[in-house]
Design a protein around this ligand. Sequence first.
Ligand SMILES: NC(=O)c1ccc[n+]([C@@H]2O[C@H](COP(=O)([O-])OP(=O)(O)OC[C@H]3O[C@@H](n4cnc5c(N)ncnc54)[C@H](O)[C@@H]3O)[C@@H](O)[C@H]2O)c1
Length: 319
Amino acid sequence: MKYLITGGAGFVGSHLTDALLSRGDSVVILDNMSTGSSENLKGVISHPGLSIVQGSILDASVVEGAVAGVDHVLHLAAALGVFNIVDKPLESLRTNIQGTEVVLEAVRKFDKPLFLTSTSEIYGKNSGGPLNEESDRIVGSPLKSRWSYSEAKAIDESFAYFYHLEYGMPVRMVRLFNTVGPRQIGHYGMVVPRFVSAALAGKPLSVYGSGNQSRCFCHVTDAVAGMIKVIDSPDSIGQVYNVGNNSEITILELAKKVIAELGSASEIEMVEYEKAYGAGFEDMERRVPDISKMKREMGWAPELGLERIIGDIAAHMGR
Ligand SMILES: NC(=O)c1ccc[n+]([C@@H]2O[C@H](COP(=O)([O-])OP(=O)(O)OC[C@H]3O[C@@H](n4cnc5c(N)ncnc54)[C@H](O)[C@@H]3O)[C@@H](O)[C@H]2O)c1
């Protein structure tokens, strides 16, 4: 199979590229290199099955040219990272809504299957317990840039789903929960690489808010394995699946664990949310995925724990 991966030079996209090339598929990457980089692809850059188009998903002619020549489109390109979204809300809205519409139109025109990478952010601040695919979205004011990524990705899902219903387009979707591992960049607000890099440098680990907010972290290798199960399955058309790890940890405990795992002398500093993200920032207390649909229908469950995640990120950072 020949796949187009939009955002294939990014963190998740580059791991997906590695996995598809290693099983014998060909990959065309379309990426504008805004948060992605050729460094992420250095292990496969001269692979005969890989080609790279540098361009934007907002450019319909570039997208059409790329979509026309492949068998299947995997849409990962997006503007993300809390700092990115809060700093450049318009650019992220345009990329995440108009960009996806451009991709959908090209996919319809050339009659290809589409796989869409959505996010647990669509559930917003619903902290009620493990979130299943039917759980409600609870989001704050549309005037808060914090929620624009959630809104945009939710609209993407609706667009893709109604393209499936109205045009019969084969669409598959996953909602990734916090996915972490080597190649992820910390300075857009991703907590695990930020902590690992601080711990390796002996600098303080900044915990925002009370530190009692909890998250679950999934190794990118596990997430990509789950994505490929959904991409390959004939039964996943018209479906959305939560892909994540359901083992929960508070951010303060995470900071302590990173320090202990890496034998670091770093200290922990508590930082008010407002200092980190500006006034009016809202966050959710918990975010835990219910992954029973993936287990039941795709026979998938995550296998790699936090120790392995921290170790792999540290090794990638040159430890
Ligand atoms: N990493 C996570 O925890 C996580 C969680 C939920 C969902 N996701 C989703 O997974 C996908 C990949 O995210 P990631 O973590 O790899 O982030 P990333 O920033 O590393 O990847 C996004 C890629 O899209 C590219 N891109 C951005 N704007 C573009 C444009 N206009 N045209 C072409 N390319 C463009 C970037 O250069 C980058 O390579 C995204 O759709 C994201 O919403 C990620």
